[in-house]
Design a protein around this ligand. Structure first.
Ligand code: GLC
Ligand code: GLC
Length: 819
């Protein structure tokens, strides 16, 4: 068992000491509009807002070898050619280190006493990636060497770029001005944006045509121009435009040279696109952008500003527990990942191509849960964007493209869980901010302003979309899928290539597209978990009759679940479209599923009959493994046409009995809710990435962020992580650890502190900024219990219960004693 680096908590960095990590370990640069993915060997790509429609640099997914394409610096000294990040030349380095930090990455390589340290970041409010290269001669003799930079342009639409070669091989266009290379494909015609790659120094040559630089039969690891030791001053005209600077450098012993490169993106007004000749790019904006970061001093200031912004964001919630790994997850990496999932939903990672999916409705609403305390204003804007894609009957488009903000009609709607997540996210926003005015904001349906209604109306139609679509047992219809994209009870697909998510069997046409028999117990339980938030909102607004009506629906749903969906020891997963039970002890495979259980427990369905504890114990008995909780058990060993995609995965992978970490969090929350802090923490620590650092060679993906899945016990690669970064796991585990285990939970009336921790802990402290005030919370656990607030004081005064009243400003000491 092996690790490949270490956490540097003081600097909020993960330090990678070997370029050959078990998978590329990446970071994200940019949090606003310009984004880059960067691996520990400088692979990756950049885009503006939308990874599909505004791809700036090219990347080859599923390439052999892995992770080819990125921003590369080639150094040629004598006959030795190397990269500071090792790849793509793979020349053995004398020293290598990659530091992934909050919005920046520093890669350092050394070869034959020449050190190259490259800092990559996207400054605040800036549409470009800054790359500062510091070259130092650490030897005792003068050194003369050559430096080549490299970036490959993407022709903007990433989907078209990797398919439409008959056209694309003839459209590429560039312009060169001094040390700046401009990429302007299609700018003459219908586009009003271009990109540039520049360096703050003179150059001794350049290349803008890929084949001239690399050589038709070479790879990134042995570009012809570098081998030849000289740029060719090539000019791209069709084929593949690139940008490469070439510079000869001499350094005396001990001497350093700093160069600042910028990869930038510019949008122009249509009537300001060109200079007077009507052909040349108007570079006024580009020049101004270059001016902003063309010296090391400006770069240092930009980095300092970025660090300050992150320190501020991470200061909103900060904890000190008996476990360092918990602290580094809560204080640094989990919050950082929540920002990334908020920004990118499931669009662009090393497992998501940026082409297939934009912003998911259910995904983005859940992402808010982990992000809202960081920048509530951006959460509010997102909530409105999401709600704007909702339909008047409460259904919603499953996805939208970030650039257009329009619902994606290729994928459509009818995912049964979607509307509920919006009630949860809007409630989380109000609980965090106390900003009830969001409920009055006028929000369109189907992006049609003429159909705008107050946000509250969107919550109402969301709630009643469930109530109005019930099946024979009074449980919500499953539709195309519920949270589990791979339980497709109306699909019955026997034709290769059909999408399980969008295809529904023609036999359901007459019924409106999907089975009116198949029901989701998961959505039923989610409804009873989410519904009380809607009731709480109505009560706050004094709409008592509506609140009572909604509560009656929740109560009825709970009764229906106990009547038809409790299997004796746990809750069923669904009724399929033949009316047969799914996830029952009577089933041959897939007898128990994870998804409904946590929500049912937290809604106290059947609590008086002990259903909650029985259910939690069943999970422990049937789903618990040493690496986390599997999604279902036993795994499906054959294709069940009536269930859909779930049974197409080999056992132990993805939704077929993989450890789907997202829903592990729901059980962590439920165990904490039930007061079983030891179990909650056991499950938490099995999947929290920092706890798996020691087994990085097995776990494979980054030890600082969650992945969507860890292979389950039925898989030959049991314990192997996959699909890192873009997963609802980030938000939900942030909720699980901070709001349920540590128990610092925003509520409509104020900040609740009701921990459910390992009994062995003596307590912990937390700082929480909340609605203008800062609370310094000390939790003491003298009796070594898991849960139970014995007393609470705020600024020395006793408070009834465990909710800190809303003090609005200032700093306050809160002491909580468990017992
Ligand atoms: C993926 C999807 C998410 C879905 C989950 C389970 O994480 O992004 O929407 O809920 O898989 O299928
Ligand atoms: C989700 C699921 C995945 C499924 C995909 C289809 O990402 O996790 O298993 O293949 O949705 O869109």
């Amino acid at each position: 068992m092996k690790k490949f680096g270490y956490f540097d908590d003081a600097r909020k960095e993960y330090v990678i000491q070997s370029p050959q990590t078990p998978y590329p370990w990446i970071n994200y640069l940019g949090t606003q509009a310009f984004f880059s993915l960067i691996s520990n060997t400088a692979g990756g790509y950049s885009f503006y807002k939308d990874a599909r429609l505004r791809r700036i640099t090219r990347y080859r997914y599923n390439n052999v070898p892995i992770d080819m394409g990125g921003r590369y610096f080639y150094i040629k000294e004598g006959e030795t050619v190397w990269n500071p990040g090792w790849s793509p030349c793979k020349t053995k380095l004398d020293f290598y280190e990659c530091r992934h930090g909050m919005g920046y990455t520093v890669i350092t390589g050394k070869k034959n006493d020449l050190k190259a340290e490259v800092t990559f970041f996207v400054p605040q409010n800036y549409d470009g990636e800054v790359q500062q290269v510091v070259l130092t001669n650490e030897g005792s003799a003068a050194k003369t060497f050559k430096l080549f930079s490299f970036a490959e342009w993407c022709l903007w639409d990433a989907q078209d770029d990797c398919t439409n070669f008959q056209r694309n091989f003839s459209t590429g266009r560039v312009e060169v001005e001094g040390s700046t290379i401009y990429h302007k494909t299609e700018y003459r015609d219908r586009r009003d944006h271009f990109a540039f790659y520049t360096v703050n120094d003179t150059v001794d040559g350049y290349d803008t045509d890929r084949d001239s630089f690399i050589g038709l039969y070479n790879g990134f690891g042995d570009p012809q121009a570098v081998t030849d030791g000289k740029a060719t001053d090539s000019f791209a005209d069709g084929w593949s435009p690139i940008a490469s600077h070439y510079k000869e450098i001499t350094l005396q012993p001990g001497e350093s040279k700093t160069l600042v490169f910028i990869l930038g993106y510019v949008e122009m007004k249509v009537d300001e696109k060109f200079e007077a000749d009507g052909v040349t790019i108007n570079k006024v904006k580009a020049h101004a952008m270059i001016e902003q970061y063309n010296t090391p001093e400006k770069v240092a200031a930009g980095l300092a500003e970025l660090r300050a912004a992150w320190d501020k964001l991470l200061g909103i919630l900060n904890v000190n527990t008996p476990d360092d790994k918990v602290d580094r997850m809560v204080n640094i990496w989990n919050q950082y990942q929540c920002m990334v999932t908020f920004n990118l939903s499931r669009s662009a990672s090393y497992f998501e191509s940026g082409i297939g999916r934009g912003m998911g409705f259910r995904d983005s609403n859940q992402d808010i849960l982990g992000f809202v305390h960081q920048i509530p204003d951006r959460a509010r804007e997102r909530l409105i964007d999401l709600a704007s894609t909702q339909l008047e009957d409460g259904g919603c488009y499953h996805q939208y493209q970030p650039l257009t903000k329009k619902g994606n009609s290729d994928i459509g709607g009818d995912f049964s869980d979607d509307p509920l997540w919006m009630i949860l996210s809007v409630s989380a926003y109000i609980k965090e901010t106390g900003d009830w005015s969001i409920l009055d904001a006028m929000v369109p349906y189907d992006n049609d302003e003429s159909k705008a209604k107050p946000m509250l109306d969107h919550l109402t139609v969301s709630f009643y979309h469930i109530v109005n679509n019930l099946g024979p047992h009074g449980l919500p219809l499953a539709m195309r899928a519920d949270w589990n994209d791979c339980i497709n009870l109306s699909c019955f697909s026997d034709t290769p290539g059909e999408s399980f998510q969008t295809y529904t069997n023609p036999k359901f046409k007459a019924e409106g597209g999907y089975s009116k028999i198949a029901e989701s117990v998961m959505v039923a339980a989610l409804f009873t978990y989410v519904g009380p938030n809607y009731v709480g909102i109505l009560k706050h607004l004094g709409k008592d009759a509506e609140a009572a009506a909604a509560q009656a629906e929740i109560d009825k749903m709970k009764a229906n679940v106990m009547e038809s969906a409790f299997d004796g020891e746990w809750f069923l997963r669904a009724y399929d479209s033949n009316g047969e039970k799914m996830g029952s002890k009577e089933c041959e495979e897939g007898k128990i599923f994870i998804e409904p259980q946590g929500f049912a427990v937290m809604s106290e369905i059947g609590k008086e009959q002990g259903a909650d504890i029985k259910t939690l114990d069943s999970i422990d008995k049937y789903l618990n493994t040493k690496y986390g909780l599997v999604l279902n058990n036993p795994a499906f060993s054959r294709y069940y046409i009536q269930y859909g995609e779930i049974s197409t995965y080999p056992g132990g992978y993805k939704e077929n009995a993989g450890i789907f970490t997202h829903n592990n969090a729901w059980i962590i929350c439920a165990e904490a809710y039930a007061g079983r802090g030891d179990k909650a923490f056991e499950y938490y620590s099995k999947i929290a990435p920092a706890f798996n650092e020691e087994i990085s060679d097995l776990h494979k993906t980054e030890p600082y962020v969650y992945g969507q899945m860890i292979a389950g016990k039925d898989a030959s690669r049991f314990g192997e992580g996959k699909n890192s970064w873009l997963t609802g796991t980030a938000a939900w585990n942030m909720v699980a650890i901070s709001q349920y285990i540590l128990g610092v939970q925003p509520d409509f009336d104020g900040l609740r502190v009701d921990p459910s921790i390992p009994h062995a802990w003596d307590g912990f402290t937390a700082t929480r900024q909340f609605r203008g005030a800062t609370y310094r919370i000390t939790v003491k656990n003298p009796d070594h219990v898991c849960k139970g607030v014995k007393s609470m004081t705020v600024d020395g005064k006793a408070v009834d219960g465990c909710i800190i009243p809303d003090l609005g400003s200032g700093e306050h000491q809160v002491e909580v004693v468990l017992g």
